[in-house]
Write a protein that binds this ligand. Structure first.
Ligand code: TRP
Length: 333
């Protein structure tokens, strides 16, 4: 298959377990089969952080370290920084004419995020229109597969609407993209209330040290009616089992623990200690690798520089075709 992958994250904080199961593991696997571009979406991050550019800037390196330490390999994946590809901004300008304000306001992802951030009519225009710039990211690479979390599906739908509109108005330059979800599409937060997210303060980060992980797991939501060890406990909605399902490779052991817990006689502390072990065995190699890469940040920046140069060539080609299709290549065809 000749699928091309474009994916990425807004660098506003370190990546966590939700990212690991939601998209990172997929990217590590897919890079062996497909041409994969992984983008640090700093321009997109600025759409709601214009007053705090240093946060975005600093997290470009942090997220790059997360990528490298989970095994996204820069020799086979192209890791790059969005703002270093001016052609993406130019593509966005043409795409902005293909969507209406009403459509932008209806995008469920944006609606949701606007609510969370308390934006109303005062939403930054760049934020409201970020799905258009994301359409430029995706189509600029002629990506056909986009491995993301499920919250991004409406953005990919909107991308495909732009593709359809462009191709009918001008000519068949752009290609349609499909989201690629992992089997665990949404990991709940430690509190069990919502998805894991930095802003909700319910996340375990890939870079967390063992003592932090232990503290966080000990605070996890289990079953509020499971008071005595001998009480039968609930599995459903119990975050410890939720995480064991996601991270313990020993499915039979998890099944046994579930049986024991629901019959009574298995205490939360014992169960949580086991989860701590499981999480540490997943995160220990990532943490070690991250520290190794972090020793030489200029080498990491060099990887991003090379990646950005290569990515730019690809998008420049698409932009040229786009401008030809619209008829705004006046001096070179
Ligand atoms: N919107 C994505 C996020 O919230 C980041 C992103 C920007 C992206 N452009 C993309 C993801 C293109 C996939 C494809 O993290």
């Amino acid at each position: 298959m000749n699928d091309i992958i474009l994916t990425g994250d807004r660098p506003t904080g370190c990546l966590h377990l939700g990212h690991l199961v939601g998209s990172l593991q997929n990217r590590v696997q897919l890079q062996h089969t497909y041409k994969q571009y992984v983008m640090l979406a700093d321009t997109q991050a600025l759409t709601d952080n214009a007053d705090n550019p240093s946060k975005v800037r600093n997290n470009v390196l942090e997220v790059a370290l997360d990528y490298l330490s989970v095994g996204i390999n820069p020799d086979i994946s192209t890791i790059f920084i969005q703002s270093q590809i001016p052609e993406l901004a130019e593509l966005s300008m043409y795409f902005l004419n293909l969507v209406t304000l009403a459509r932008l306001k209806r995008n469920p992802t944006i609606k949701n995020e606007m609510q969370q951030k308390g934006y109303d009519e005062n939403v930054p225009a760049g934020f409201l229109t970020y799905p258009v710039s994301q359409a430029a990211d995706i189509t600029g690479f002629k990506a056909t597969l986009v491995p993301v979390g499920e919250d991004q599906i409406p953005i990919i739908e909107q991308t495909n609407e732009i593709v359809q509109k462009f191709n009918t108005l001008y000519s068949e330059v752009l290609v349609y993209a499909k989201p690629l979800l992992s089997s665990t599409t949404r990991l709940a937060g430690l509190d069990g209330k919502a998805k894991m997210s930095k802003s909700l303060n319910n996340a375990i980060f890939l870079s967390d040290e063992p003592d932090t992980i232990a503290k966080k797991v000990m605070s996890m939501y289990t079953d509020e009616n499971h008071l005595k060890v001998s009480d039968p406990g609930k599995i459903e909605g119990n975050m410890v089992f939720n995480y064991l399902d996601a991270f313990d490779k020993d499915a039979i052991k998890v099944l046994e623990l579930k049986e024991h817990y629901s019959c009574g006689g298995l205490g939360d502390v014992v169960l949580k200690k086991y989860l701590i072990e499981v999480l540490n065995s997943v995160l220990e190699p990532i943490r070690t690798s991250r520290k190794e890469f972090a020793k030489d940040s200029s080498a990491v920046m060099n990887i991003l520089k090379k990646g950005s140069e290569n990515a730019r060539i690809v998008v420049a080609k698409t932009l040229h075709e786009v401008k030809n299709a619209i008829g705004v290549n006046y001096f070179k065809k």
